[in-house]
Design a protein. Sequence first.
Length: 220
Amino acid sequence: MGASMKSGLFLAALGLLLGPACATKKYVSKEVGAVNQKVETLSQAVERNQERIKKAEENIDRHDGEIKAVDSKAAGATDLAGQAKTDAAAAFNEAQRAMRGKLLYEITLSNDQVTFPVNAHELSPEAQGMIDDLAEKIKADNRGLYVEIEGHTDNTGDEGYNEKLGLQRAEAVRNYLYQTHGLPLHRISVFSFGESQPVADNSGREGRAQNRRVVIKVLE
């Protein structure tokens, strides 16, 4: 066999040996490229999701701030409504007084003279005695007079609760005048000013005691 033929056979054999290896390398490279493409696609998707999450968090923070602002405005509106209600009651009181005529006399039931315990509206024997004297005076006058009863509290507790408590104290006096002395209910008006009209400093015990009071006014 000549040298040329031997060389050709050697190259052919070498090609058969290397051929499958080259094909395998190309296949692996192709698969690696596909995997890399998938990884890149997933990375981009993750980044987009992270951007969406960030925007969602920003929106949540913005909405939370808006909600807090609305809550603050609502609280302010509630305060204004409460003050308007108190002012309206005072205006109505003054209007009723102007319609009925001048003030003849008044008495004040407070802890200087009687006992109004904290969170209570029941009349003590001392308070009943003062009301008895006033009722006898009204009946002796015999002019069909009008009676206005104002309930007041100290600033202990919630404002709405104090307004209710002031009304309960005024109603306790009205009921006593009607049930014990027969004064007609249509000539007795009750109002509550709650804690809005203190006559003493609420920071001390004595001041709070003076503010827990009922004012009874008799008008023509």
